[in-house]
Design a protein around this ligand. Structure first.
Ligand code: ATP
Ligand code: MG
Length: 354
């Protein structure tokens, strides 16, 4: 728990690692392995010498229909990090995006820096507005700019997200660079995506992308209508095991890591590596050359269902909301302090403030 909001000079200049996870009750294994677990591990490893910002992007969530009670979901989504093993100290900052108005203000300013061309090229926008660009709300188009503001306000260098968000990280970098070219070193550029991946332990420089269990060409996604394609964080061990045992693989007949030709098998190897926190190479060496897909599936089924069951029981134990409320109170004072100082600097560059 934050005991003090007075920071030493060293603490003021420490690097920031930042993540936001959208609030909804339908979190799946892709969220867990792509963001929640890596962020928790990084936070535990680096919180002595880095600020760890974990925020709830509540302004992002109103882009679509709100699923359930927003306030309830906010508290529950932060509890997820505690249940995943996050150790709290004074450098861990929890806050809600809408409680730090500088996010919205900087978004508008960055809207005037970003171009229509680059923003319309965002794959997520293209995919999500597929049903008809005319009826898509402007938030779907604009949210990568809000995401850039989320990052740039805090000079965050590392931003654990899944691979599908890497294009948005690049956009944040580009906007920061463009602004800096005009006005001097105002923003810290977030690390290049290949370095982000390496920081998250992905030695190949690629981001984490957990695949659908029914169609491993695609990522596991909450909007996928197929229930068997995804494992929810609240899934029972029996159902988890069943879904993994029936995961789509291939007819090659040999276990090897080859995302192109054997995405289903490679996905299982990757899941095993991320959950057990062992290098992918170790898992690959252990399994390469084996021919029985059933053995690999039952190993992964056991690992995932055991881990989720442990996570679920830790989550059930965090019954009171007070800890989260107190963390939010301290975190929002911190976040407003940092974000307002950055916003003022930007406003001064533009002549909006003396
Ligand atoms: P949707 O299908 O509606 O886009 P989603 O399942 O992609 O939903 P988001 O809320 O868009 O979930 O993503 C939240 C975060 O989780 C992002 O950082 C995203 O990169 C990460 N994430 C989502 N799915 C995966 C996945 N399959 N593998 C790794 N990371 C993922
Ligand atoms: Mg998504």
């Amino acid at each position: 728990m934050s005991s003090s909001l007075i920071y030493s000079t060293k603490e003021i200049f420490m690097q920031t690692i930042l993540t936001g996870i959208r609030i909804n009750s339908d979190l799946h294994l892709g969220h867990f392995l792509g963001v929640i677990l890596p962020m928790t591990r990084l936070a535990n490893q680096h919180s002595h010498d880095s600020h760890i910002n974990i925020f709830v992007p509540d302004l992002h969530s109103i882009i679509g229909d709100i699923d359930g009670d927003l306030q309830r979901n906010i508290i529950d989504s932060l509890k997820i990090f505690l249940a995943a093993g996050l150790q709290i100290n004074d450098h861990i900052h929890f806050y809600r995006q809408s409680y730090v108005p500088a996010h919205s203000e900087l978004t508008w300013i960055l809207d005037t820096v970003a171009t229509m061309g680059e923003t319309s090229r965002m794959i997520q926008y293209k995919e999500k507005s597929d049903d008809g660009k005319e009826s898509a709300n402007v938030g779907i188009f604009n949210y990568p700019i809000l995401m850039a503001a989320d990052i740039l306000l805090y000079d965050a260098t590392y931003v654990p997200v899944g691979e599908d968000q890497f294009q948005h990280l690049e956009l944040a970098r580009n906007l920061a660079e463009r602004f800096n070219n005009k006005f001097g070193d105002v923003f810290t550029l977030p690390a290049k995506t290949s370095d982000q991946a390496k920081f998250m332990g992905q030695l190949d420089g690629n981001g984490i992308r957990i695949r659908s269990l029914t169609n491993p060409e695609k990522k596991m996604s909450k909007s996928d209508p197929s229930e068997n394609s995804k494992i929810m964080l609240i899934e029972s061990p029996a159902s988890t095991a069943k879904k993994i045992m029936s995961a789509t693989t291939d007819s090659v007949g040999k276990i090897q890591f080859d995302m192109f030709n054997q995405p289903g098998i490679s996905n299982l190897l990757q899941i095993e590596s991320l959950i057990t926190n062992q290098p992918l190479q170790t898992i690959i060496s252990r399994w390469t050359g084996e021919t029985n897909y059933g053995d690999l599936k039952s190993q992964v089924a056991t690992t995932v269902s055991t881990t989720l069951a442990e996570f679920q029981s830790r989550l059930a134990e965090i019954s009171d909301d007070d800890t989260i409320h107190e963390l939010l109170k301290a975190g929002e004072i911190y976040a407003n302090g940092v974000a307002n100082a950055k916003l003022l600097k930007v406003q001064k560059c533009l002549g909006l403030r003396d």
